[in-house]
Design a protein around this ligand. Structure first.
Ligand code: IMP
Ligand code: MG
Length: 178
C-alpha cells in the first residue's frame, strides 16, 4: 500500500519494512560490540516500542535481560502540568547497565523524564536505543546513543507508532501528507 488513511488523516509510504529491519540489524551489531561484557538489561517502553524491541532483540546475541515499562501521564494539581510516571519496573537495576528502548525521540521530553527516573535507582549507566530520532525536533539536552534511523520533523505512523491509537500494527512506516 502506497497510501493509507487513518481516521481523518492521509499518509504516504515512507520507510519499508526491509529498510527498517536492515537498520535494526546494524544497531544490534553495535550493541553486541559495545555491551558485550556488561550484562545489560533492556527496558522497552510500551506501547510504541513493541515491534522495534521484538525485532532488535532477535539480533542481540550477548547475555542480557529484557523487561517492559509503561509511562502513565496524568494531570497534576496545576492544570497545565502533566505528571508522568514509569510503571512496571520490577527488576533491580542498581549497578546495572540499562538500555532504554524507545520508538522515537521527538522533543526529548519523555527521554529526559525516563533518564531522571532511572537515575533514582542508581544504575551503573543508562543508554538509549531508539528506532527513530527527529534531530530537528529536540528541545531537551538529551541525545540517544543508539539510533536506527534519523528522520525529518514530520508526523509518522506504523511499526509501533500510532495516530490516536491507530496504525501501530502497520509493518511499514508512513508519513503524513502535507
Ligand atoms: P517526545 O516528544 O520525545 O517526548 O516524544 C513523545 C512521544 O510522542 C513518543 O514516545 C511517541 O509516542 C510520540 N511521537 C512523537 N513523534 C511521533 C510521530 O511522528 N508519530 C507518532 N508518535 C510520535
Ligand atoms: Mg511512545
Amino acid at each position: 500500500m502506497k497510501e493509507i488513511r487513518i481516521l481523518d488523516k492521509d499518509f504516504d509510504l515512507f520507510i519499508e519494512y526491509d529498510a527498517i529491519l536492515n537498520s535494526i540489524k546494524q544497531l544490534a551489531v553495535k550493541l553486541n560490540e559495545d555491551l558485550e561484557n556488561k550484562n545489560p538489561i533492556f527496558v522497552a517502553v510500551l506501547n510504541g516500542s513493541f515491534m522495534f524491541a521484538s525485532d532488535l532483540m532477535k539480533y542481540v546475541t550477548i547475555p542480557s535481560e529484557i523487561t517492559f515499562v509503561r509511562i502513565a501521564s496524568y494531570k497534576g494539581t496545576n492544570s497545565t502540568n502533566t505528571i508522568k510516571e514509569v510503571l512496571g519496573l520490577n527488576e533491580e537495576i542498581k549497578n546495572r547497565t540499562v538500555v532504554i528502548i524507545e520508538d522515537i525521540v521527538d522533543s526529548g521530553n519523555t527521554l529526559e523524564m525516563l533518564l531522571n527516573r532511572f537515575k533514582l535507582y542508581e544504575p551503573k549507566e543508562v543508554k538509549t536505543a531508539t528506532l527513530l530520532f527527529k534531530p530537528d525536533a529536540i528541545v531537551k539536552d538529551v541525545k540517544p546513543e543508539y539510533v536506527a534511523m534519523e528522520i525529518p520533523n514530520d508526523f509518522i505512523v506504523g511499526f509501533g507508532l500510532d495516530y490516536d491509537g491507530y496504525g501501530r500494527n502497520l509493518k511499514d512506516i508512513y508519513r503524513i501528507k502535507e
